[in-house]
Design a protein around this ligand. Structure first.
Ligand SMILES: Nc1ncnc2c1ncn2[C@@H]1O[C@H](COP(=O)(O)OP(=O)(O)OP(=O)(O)O)[C@@H](O)[C@H]1O
Ligand SMILES: [Mg+2]
Length: 400
Protein backbone atom coordinates (compact mmCIF):
# COMPACT_ATOMS: atom_id res chain seq x y z
CA UNK A 1 0.00 0.00 0.00
CA UNK A 2 2.93 2.31 -0.11
CA UNK A 3 2.24 3.79 -3.52
CA UNK A 4 1.72 7.37 -4.58
CA UNK A 5 0.83 8.34 -8.12
CA UNK A 6 2.45 11.44 -9.52
CA UNK A 7 -0.57 13.68 -9.16
CA UNK A 8 0.18 17.36 -8.96
CA UNK A 9 -1.12 19.57 -6.20
CA UNK A 10 -0.75 22.99 -7.77
CA UNK A 11 -3.97 24.86 -8.48
CA UNK A 12 -2.92 25.23 -12.09
CA UNK A 13 -2.58 21.52 -12.56
CA UNK A 14 -5.79 20.81 -10.71
CA UNK A 15 -7.71 23.17 -12.93
CA UNK A 16 -6.37 21.45 -16.01
CA UNK A 17 -7.42 18.08 -14.60
CA UNK A 18 -10.94 19.25 -13.93
CA UNK A 19 -11.63 19.75 -17.59
CA UNK A 20 -10.80 16.06 -18.13
CA UNK A 21 -12.69 15.05 -15.04
CA UNK A 22 -15.33 12.43 -15.89
CA UNK A 23 -17.58 13.82 -13.17
CA UNK A 24 -17.42 17.39 -14.42
CA UNK A 25 -18.36 16.41 -17.94
CA UNK A 26 -21.17 14.06 -16.83
CA UNK A 27 -22.47 16.62 -14.37
CA UNK A 28 -23.06 19.08 -17.17
CA UNK A 29 -25.56 16.74 -18.79
CA UNK A 30 -27.37 16.05 -15.51
CA UNK A 31 -27.30 19.69 -14.48
CA UNK A 32 -28.86 20.69 -17.75
CA UNK A 33 -31.42 17.88 -17.61
CA UNK A 34 -34.67 19.70 -16.88
CA UNK A 35 -36.18 16.48 -15.56
CA UNK A 36 -33.95 16.18 -12.56
CA UNK A 37 -34.70 18.61 -9.78
CA UNK A 38 -35.28 18.38 -6.11
CA UNK A 39 -37.77 20.65 -4.41
CA UNK A 40 -34.85 22.28 -2.52
CA UNK A 41 -33.08 23.02 -5.77
CA UNK A 42 -36.22 24.53 -7.18
CA UNK A 43 -36.58 26.62 -4.04
CA UNK A 44 -32.99 27.85 -4.39
CA UNK A 45 -33.72 28.87 -7.92
CA UNK A 46 -31.51 26.07 -9.20
CA UNK A 47 -28.36 27.66 -7.85
CA UNK A 48 -25.10 25.76 -7.62
CA UNK A 49 -26.33 22.35 -6.61
CA UNK A 50 -23.19 20.34 -7.27
CA UNK A 51 -21.20 21.36 -4.26
CA UNK A 52 -18.73 18.45 -4.08
CA UNK A 53 -15.08 19.47 -4.03
CA UNK A 54 -12.35 17.78 -6.05
CA UNK A 55 -9.30 16.39 -4.29
CA UNK A 56 -6.01 15.12 -5.61
CA UNK A 57 -4.96 11.61 -4.73
CA UNK A 58 -2.02 13.06 -2.85
CA UNK A 59 -4.32 15.08 -0.58
CA UNK A 60 -6.37 12.00 0.28
CA UNK A 61 -3.29 9.83 0.80
CA UNK A 62 -2.01 12.46 3.23
CA UNK A 63 -5.39 12.56 4.99
CA UNK A 64 -5.29 8.80 5.63
CA UNK A 65 -1.55 8.54 6.41
CA UNK A 66 -1.13 6.81 3.07
CA UNK A 67 -4.16 4.56 3.62
CA UNK A 68 -2.67 3.07 6.74
CA UNK A 69 -4.30 -0.04 8.16
CA UNK A 70 -5.20 1.62 11.44
CA UNK A 71 -7.29 4.19 9.52
CA UNK A 72 -9.42 1.45 7.91
CA UNK A 73 -13.09 1.74 8.89
CA UNK A 74 -14.45 -1.12 6.82
CA UNK A 75 -14.56 -2.78 3.44
CA UNK A 76 -17.45 -3.21 1.06
CA UNK A 77 -18.00 -4.73 -2.35
CA UNK A 78 -16.55 -1.66 -4.10
CA UNK A 79 -13.49 -1.00 -1.99
CA UNK A 80 -12.14 0.10 1.37
CA UNK A 81 -13.27 2.95 3.58
CA UNK A 82 -10.72 4.90 5.65
CA UNK A 83 -11.00 7.55 8.32
CA UNK A 84 -8.96 10.62 7.49
CA UNK A 85 -8.29 14.24 8.35
CA UNK A 86 -8.20 16.76 5.54
CA UNK A 87 -5.12 18.95 5.87
CA UNK A 88 -6.80 21.93 4.22
CA UNK A 89 -9.74 22.15 6.65
CA UNK A 90 -8.74 19.83 9.49
CA UNK A 91 -12.07 18.10 8.94
CA UNK A 92 -12.45 14.42 9.86
CA UNK A 93 -13.85 12.49 6.90
CA UNK A 94 -14.50 8.98 5.63
CA UNK A 95 -12.71 8.20 2.35
CA UNK A 96 -13.87 5.34 0.17
CA UNK A 97 -11.22 4.11 -2.23
CA UNK A 98 -12.85 2.20 -5.05
CA UNK A 99 -11.19 -1.00 -6.03
CA UNK A 100 -9.29 -0.30 -9.24
CA UNK A 101 -9.42 -3.95 -10.27
CA UNK A 102 -13.11 -4.29 -9.54
CA UNK A 103 -15.51 -5.04 -12.36
CA UNK A 104 -18.06 -2.65 -10.94
CA UNK A 105 -17.23 0.83 -9.93
CA UNK A 106 -16.80 3.61 -12.44
CA UNK A 107 -20.46 3.98 -13.29
CA UNK A 108 -21.43 3.71 -9.64
CA UNK A 109 -18.79 6.33 -8.79
CA UNK A 110 -20.30 8.80 -11.26
CA UNK A 111 -23.86 8.15 -10.12
CA UNK A 112 -22.83 8.55 -6.49
CA UNK A 113 -21.13 11.90 -7.10
CA UNK A 114 -23.93 13.23 -9.26
CA UNK A 115 -26.79 12.03 -7.07
CA UNK A 116 -25.26 13.17 -3.80
CA UNK A 117 -24.35 16.48 -5.38
CA UNK A 118 -28.02 17.10 -6.07
CA UNK A 119 -29.73 15.48 -3.12
CA UNK A 120 -29.48 17.04 0.31
CA UNK A 121 -31.43 15.97 3.37
CA UNK A 122 -30.66 15.50 7.08
CA UNK A 123 -31.09 11.74 6.60
CA UNK A 124 -28.74 11.41 3.62
CA UNK A 125 -24.98 11.25 4.07
CA UNK A 126 -23.14 14.33 2.88
CA UNK A 127 -20.61 13.90 0.09
CA UNK A 128 -17.78 16.35 0.68
CA UNK A 129 -15.92 15.62 -2.50
CA UNK A 130 -14.20 13.13 -4.73
CA UNK A 131 -10.97 12.33 -6.51
CA UNK A 132 -10.81 11.14 -10.11
CA UNK A 133 -7.04 11.36 -10.66
CA UNK A 134 -6.01 9.02 -13.47
CA UNK A 135 -7.57 5.66 -12.73
CA UNK A 136 -8.04 6.45 -9.03
CA UNK A 137 -11.63 6.86 -7.86
CA UNK A 138 -12.19 8.02 -4.30
CA UNK A 139 -15.21 9.47 -2.52
CA UNK A 140 -14.96 11.73 0.51
CA UNK A 141 -17.91 11.68 2.90
CA UNK A 142 -18.75 13.26 6.20
CA UNK A 143 -17.51 10.95 8.93
CA UNK A 144 -20.26 9.11 10.75
CA UNK A 145 -18.86 8.40 14.21
CA UNK A 146 -21.11 5.49 15.18
CA UNK A 147 -20.51 3.45 12.01
CA UNK A 148 -23.26 1.49 10.32
CA UNK A 149 -26.50 0.04 11.66
CA UNK A 150 -25.21 -3.32 10.48
CA UNK A 151 -22.23 -3.04 12.84
CA UNK A 152 -24.54 -2.35 15.78
CA UNK A 153 -27.07 -5.08 15.02
CA UNK A 154 -24.81 -7.82 13.77
CA UNK A 155 -21.28 -7.08 14.84
CA UNK A 156 -21.40 -5.88 18.41
CA UNK A 157 -18.20 -5.24 20.29
CA UNK A 158 -17.62 -4.40 23.94
CA UNK A 159 -17.47 -0.68 23.15
CA UNK A 160 -20.89 -0.73 21.45
CA UNK A 161 -24.00 -0.53 23.57
CA UNK A 162 -26.95 -2.76 22.72
CA UNK A 163 -29.47 -0.67 20.77
CA UNK A 164 -32.53 0.07 22.88
CA UNK A 165 -36.07 -0.09 21.53
CA UNK A 166 -36.31 3.71 21.46
CA UNK A 167 -33.05 4.02 19.50
CA UNK A 168 -34.18 1.36 17.04
CA UNK A 169 -37.42 3.21 16.33
CA UNK A 170 -35.54 6.49 15.95
CA UNK A 171 -33.20 4.89 13.41
CA UNK A 172 -36.09 3.26 11.52
CA UNK A 173 -38.06 6.53 11.35
CA UNK A 174 -35.01 8.54 10.22
CA UNK A 175 -34.07 6.03 7.52
CA UNK A 176 -37.67 6.08 6.26
CA UNK A 177 -37.52 9.89 6.08
CA UNK A 178 -34.37 9.70 3.96
CA UNK A 179 -36.16 7.33 1.59
CA UNK A 180 -39.26 9.52 1.55
CA UNK A 181 -37.11 12.45 0.41
CA UNK A 182 -35.78 10.37 -2.50
CA UNK A 183 -39.21 9.10 -3.49
CA UNK A 184 -41.34 12.19 -2.96
CA UNK A 185 -39.13 15.28 -3.11
CA UNK A 186 -36.94 14.51 -6.11
CA UNK A 187 -38.52 14.84 -9.51
CA UNK A 188 -38.48 12.35 -11.11
CA UNK A 189 -38.27 10.24 -7.99
CA UNK A 190 -35.03 8.48 -7.14
CA UNK A 191 -35.12 4.73 -6.54
CA UNK A 192 -32.36 3.96 -4.09
CA UNK A 193 -32.01 0.24 -4.90
CA UNK A 194 -29.50 -0.61 -2.19
CA UNK A 195 -31.26 -0.08 1.12
CA UNK A 196 -29.69 -2.33 3.75
CA UNK A 197 -28.33 -2.03 7.29
CA UNK A 198 -24.71 -1.49 6.20
CA UNK A 199 -25.83 1.53 4.14
CA UNK A 200 -27.53 3.20 7.12
CA UNK A 201 -24.79 5.15 8.85
CA UNK A 202 -25.13 6.57 12.35
CA UNK A 203 -24.09 9.99 13.59
CA UNK A 204 -24.09 11.42 17.10
CA UNK A 205 -27.09 10.24 19.14
CA UNK A 206 -27.71 7.52 16.54
CA UNK A 207 -28.98 9.96 13.94
CA UNK A 208 -29.30 7.79 10.80
CA UNK A 209 -28.26 8.74 7.26
CA UNK A 210 -28.56 6.73 4.07
CA UNK A 211 -25.31 6.22 2.16
CA UNK A 212 -24.12 4.61 -1.10
CA UNK A 213 -26.10 6.01 -4.00
CA UNK A 214 -24.07 4.32 -6.71
CA UNK A 215 -26.99 2.11 -7.68
CA UNK A 216 -29.66 4.79 -7.46
CA UNK A 217 -31.90 5.17 -10.51
CA UNK A 218 -34.20 7.88 -11.68
CA UNK A 219 -37.70 6.50 -11.32
CA UNK A 220 -40.47 6.26 -13.92
CA UNK A 221 -41.89 9.41 -15.49
CA UNK A 222 -45.23 10.07 -17.17
CA UNK A 223 -47.53 7.07 -17.39
CA UNK A 224 -44.75 4.57 -16.88
CA UNK A 225 -45.06 2.45 -13.78
CA UNK A 226 -41.52 1.11 -13.68
CA UNK A 227 -38.04 1.39 -15.11
CA UNK A 228 -36.35 -1.69 -16.52
CA UNK A 229 -32.81 -2.35 -15.34
CA UNK A 230 -30.22 -5.00 -14.92
CA UNK A 231 -30.97 -6.54 -11.55
CA UNK A 232 -28.58 -5.25 -8.92
CA UNK A 233 -28.69 -5.01 -5.21
CA UNK A 234 -27.95 -7.18 -2.24
CA UNK A 235 -29.23 -10.70 -1.76
CA UNK A 236 -31.95 -10.83 0.88
CA UNK A 237 -33.05 -7.20 0.37
CA UNK A 238 -34.15 -7.36 -3.25
CA UNK A 239 -37.92 -7.33 -3.89
CA UNK A 240 -39.00 -10.62 -5.48
CA UNK A 241 -40.63 -9.04 -8.56
CA UNK A 242 -37.54 -6.94 -9.25
CA UNK A 243 -35.23 -9.95 -8.87
CA UNK A 244 -37.40 -11.90 -11.31
CA UNK A 245 -38.23 -9.31 -13.97
CA UNK A 246 -35.79 -6.41 -13.55
CA UNK A 247 -38.80 -4.08 -13.34
CA UNK A 248 -37.90 -1.51 -10.75
CA UNK A 249 -40.46 0.63 -8.92
CA UNK A 250 -40.49 2.72 -5.76
CA UNK A 251 -42.10 -0.29 -4.11
CA UNK A 252 -38.87 -2.24 -4.58
CA UNK A 253 -37.27 0.16 -2.08
CA UNK A 254 -40.26 -0.23 0.26
CA UNK A 255 -39.65 -4.00 0.28
CA UNK A 256 -35.97 -3.49 1.16
CA UNK A 257 -37.04 -1.08 3.88
CA UNK A 258 -39.32 -3.79 5.30
CA UNK A 259 -36.35 -6.19 5.46
CA UNK A 260 -34.27 -3.56 7.29
CA UNK A 261 -37.13 -2.93 9.74
CA UNK A 262 -37.34 -6.67 10.39
CA UNK A 263 -33.61 -6.75 11.11
CA UNK A 264 -34.04 -3.84 13.51
CA UNK A 265 -36.85 -5.62 15.36
CA UNK A 266 -35.41 -9.14 15.37
CA UNK A 267 -31.65 -8.54 15.45
CA UNK A 268 -31.41 -11.20 12.73
CA UNK A 269 -29.61 -10.83 9.42
CA UNK A 270 -31.54 -10.64 6.14
CA UNK A 271 -29.62 -13.73 5.05
CA UNK A 272 -27.80 -15.84 7.60
CA UNK A 273 -25.84 -18.75 6.20
CA UNK A 274 -24.91 -19.93 9.67
CA UNK A 275 -28.54 -20.97 10.13
CA UNK A 276 -30.37 -23.79 8.41
CA UNK A 277 -33.63 -24.15 6.47
CA UNK A 278 -36.18 -21.36 6.60
CA UNK A 279 -34.18 -19.52 9.25
CA UNK A 280 -31.56 -18.57 6.65
CA UNK A 281 -33.93 -16.05 5.09
CA UNK A 282 -35.39 -13.50 7.48
CA UNK A 283 -38.56 -12.75 5.49
CA UNK A 284 -39.33 -16.44 4.96
CA UNK A 285 -38.83 -17.09 8.66
CA UNK A 286 -40.89 -14.11 9.84
CA UNK A 287 -43.88 -14.36 7.46
CA UNK A 288 -45.68 -17.24 9.21
CA UNK A 289 -45.04 -15.61 12.58
CA UNK A 290 -46.77 -12.38 11.50
CA UNK A 291 -50.06 -14.25 11.51
CA UNK A 292 -49.96 -15.27 15.15
CA UNK A 293 -49.84 -12.54 17.75
CA UNK A 294 -48.88 -15.03 20.45
CA UNK A 295 -45.62 -15.65 18.61
CA UNK A 296 -44.59 -12.00 18.47
CA UNK A 297 -42.35 -12.27 21.51
CA UNK A 298 -40.36 -14.90 19.57
CA UNK A 299 -39.71 -12.35 16.85
CA UNK A 300 -38.29 -9.60 19.07
CA UNK A 301 -34.50 -9.50 19.33
CA UNK A 302 -33.52 -11.48 22.44
CA UNK A 303 -30.83 -8.83 22.89
CA UNK A 304 -33.61 -6.42 23.91
CA UNK A 305 -34.13 -8.63 26.96
CA UNK A 306 -37.85 -8.03 26.85
CA UNK A 307 -37.39 -4.25 27.12
CA UNK A 308 -39.85 -3.11 24.48
CA UNK A 309 -43.51 -2.07 24.50
CA UNK A 310 -45.78 -4.95 23.45
CA UNK A 311 -48.03 -2.60 21.50
CA UNK A 312 -45.08 -0.88 19.83
CA UNK A 313 -43.63 -4.23 18.77
CA UNK A 314 -46.98 -5.24 17.32
CA UNK A 315 -47.29 -1.99 15.38
CA UNK A 316 -43.70 -2.04 14.11
CA UNK A 317 -44.17 -5.63 12.95
CA UNK A 318 -47.37 -4.67 11.18
CA UNK A 319 -45.46 -2.00 9.22
CA UNK A 320 -42.67 -4.46 8.36
CA UNK A 321 -45.20 -7.13 7.30
CA UNK A 322 -46.91 -4.67 4.94
CA UNK A 323 -43.61 -3.58 3.40
CA UNK A 324 -42.45 -7.12 2.59
CA UNK A 325 -45.66 -8.24 0.91
CA UNK A 326 -45.12 -10.21 -2.29
CA UNK A 327 -47.42 -7.96 -4.31
CA UNK A 328 -45.77 -4.58 -4.82
CA UNK A 329 -49.08 -2.72 -5.05
CA UNK A 330 -50.06 -4.04 -1.61
CA UNK A 331 -47.01 -2.42 -0.02
CA UNK A 332 -47.50 1.05 1.50
CA UNK A 333 -45.94 4.18 0.05
CA UNK A 334 -42.96 5.35 2.05
CA UNK A 335 -44.77 8.51 3.25
CA UNK A 336 -47.22 6.30 5.16
CA UNK A 337 -44.35 4.29 6.62
CA UNK A 338 -42.79 7.57 7.81
CA UNK A 339 -46.04 8.58 9.50
CA UNK A 340 -46.35 5.24 11.31
CA UNK A 341 -42.71 5.06 12.38
CA UNK A 342 -42.53 8.71 13.47
CA UNK A 343 -45.44 7.98 15.76
CA UNK A 344 -43.73 4.85 17.11
CA UNK A 345 -40.48 6.76 17.64
CA UNK A 346 -42.36 9.44 19.58
CA UNK A 347 -43.79 6.85 22.00
CA UNK A 348 -40.85 6.51 24.37
CA UNK A 349 -40.54 3.21 26.17
CA UNK A 350 -39.26 3.39 29.73
CA UNK A 351 -38.24 -0.01 31.16
CA UNK A 352 -38.39 1.47 34.67
CA UNK A 353 -42.07 2.28 34.51
CA UNK A 354 -43.37 -0.02 31.76
CA UNK A 355 -43.50 -3.81 31.89
CA UNK A 356 -40.59 -5.87 30.61
CA UNK A 357 -41.89 -8.47 28.16
CA UNK A 358 -41.52 -12.17 28.55
CA UNK A 359 -38.92 -12.67 25.86
CA UNK A 360 -36.86 -15.54 24.56
CA UNK A 361 -34.00 -14.23 26.63
CA UNK A 362 -33.28 -16.09 29.81
CA UNK A 363 -30.43 -15.82 32.34
CA UNK A 364 -28.78 -18.83 30.67
CA UNK A 365 -28.61 -16.78 27.47
CA UNK A 366 -26.35 -13.89 28.32
CA UNK A 367 -27.11 -10.58 26.66
CA UNK A 368 -24.86 -9.94 23.73
CA UNK A 369 -23.31 -6.70 24.69
CA UNK A 370 -20.40 -6.35 27.07
CA UNK A 371 -20.40 -9.75 28.77
CA UNK A 372 -19.68 -12.14 25.93
CA UNK A 373 -16.71 -10.33 24.57
CA UNK A 374 -18.62 -9.00 21.64
CA UNK A 375 -19.64 -12.36 20.19
CA UNK A 376 -23.36 -12.82 19.81
CA UNK A 377 -24.99 -15.88 21.25
CA UNK A 378 -27.91 -17.47 19.52
CA UNK A 379 -30.78 -16.98 21.90
CA UNK A 380 -32.77 -19.75 23.50
CA UNK A 381 -35.38 -21.94 21.86
CA UNK A 382 -33.69 -21.97 18.47
CA UNK A 383 -34.92 -18.50 17.68
CA UNK A 384 -31.82 -16.68 18.72
CA UNK A 385 -30.75 -13.51 17.09
CA UNK A 386 -27.52 -12.56 15.59
CA UNK A 387 -25.06 -13.65 13.07
CA UNK A 388 -23.71 -16.72 14.75
CA UNK A 389 -20.63 -17.80 12.92
CA UNK A 390 -21.85 -16.51 9.58
CA UNK A 391 -19.78 -13.37 9.72
CA UNK A 392 -19.19 -12.99 5.99
CA UNK A 393 -20.58 -9.74 4.60
CA UNK A 394 -23.46 -9.63 2.20
CA UNK A 395 -22.31 -7.09 -0.39
CA UNK A 396 -23.97 -5.34 -3.29
CA UNK A 397 -23.72 -7.21 -6.55
CA UNK A 398 -25.09 -7.52 -10.01
CA UNK A 399 -27.34 -10.49 -10.32
CA UNK A 400 -27.04 -10.91 -14.08
N1 LIG B 1 -19.16 8.00 6.08
C1 LIG B 1 -18.77 7.00 6.85
N2 LIG B 1 -18.43 7.23 8.14
C2 LIG B 1 -18.03 6.23 8.95
N3 LIG B 1 -17.93 4.94 8.57
C3 LIG B 1 -18.23 4.63 7.29
C4 LIG B 1 -18.67 5.64 6.37
N4 LIG B 1 -18.91 5.04 5.18
C5 LIG B 1 -18.67 3.73 5.36
N5 LIG B 1 -18.25 3.47 6.62
C6 LIG B 1 -17.85 2.17 7.17
O1 LIG B 1 -17.25 1.39 6.16
C7 LIG B 1 -17.93 0.16 6.00
C8 LIG B 1 -17.87 -0.27 4.55
O2 LIG B 1 -18.72 0.58 3.79
P1 LIG B 1 -19.08 0.25 2.29
O3 LIG B 1 -20.18 1.15 1.90
O4 LIG B 1 -17.85 0.27 1.45
O5 LIG B 1 -19.53 -1.26 2.31
P2 LIG B 1 -20.87 -1.96 2.69
O6 LIG B 1 -21.99 -0.97 2.77
O7 LIG B 1 -20.61 -2.79 3.91
O8 LIG B 1 -21.10 -2.91 1.48
P3 LIG B 1 -21.51 -2.55 -0.01
O9 LIG B 1 -20.25 -2.42 -0.78
O10 LIG B 1 -22.31 -3.68 -0.44
O11 LIG B 1 -22.28 -1.25 0.03
C9 LIG B 1 -19.33 0.42 6.53
O12 LIG B 1 -19.96 -0.75 6.96
C10 LIG B 1 -19.07 1.39 7.66
O13 LIG B 1 -18.74 0.67 8.83
MG1 LIG C 1 -22.23 0.74 1.90
Amino acid sequence: MGWFPCSGTSKKKRKKKQSLDPVQSSSESIRSNPLFKTKEVIKNGGSDNLAAQTFTFRELAAATKNFRGDCLLGEGGFGRVYKGRLESSNQIVAIKQLDRNGLQGNREFLVEVLMLGLLHHPNLVNLIGYCADGDQRLLVYEYMPLGSLDDHLHDPSPDKKQLTWNTRMKIAAGAAKGLEYLHDKASPPVIYRDLKCSNILLGESYHPKLSDFGLAKLGPVGDNTHVSTRVMGTYGYCAPEYAMTGQLTLKSDVYSFGVVLLEIITGRKAIDNSKTGVEQNLVAWARPLFKDRRKFSQIADPGLQGQYPARGLYQALAVAAMCVQEQPNMRPVIADVVTALSYLASQKYDPESQPVQNSQWSPSTPPRSKRDNGKRSSGGGGSGSGSGSGSEKNHTKRYF
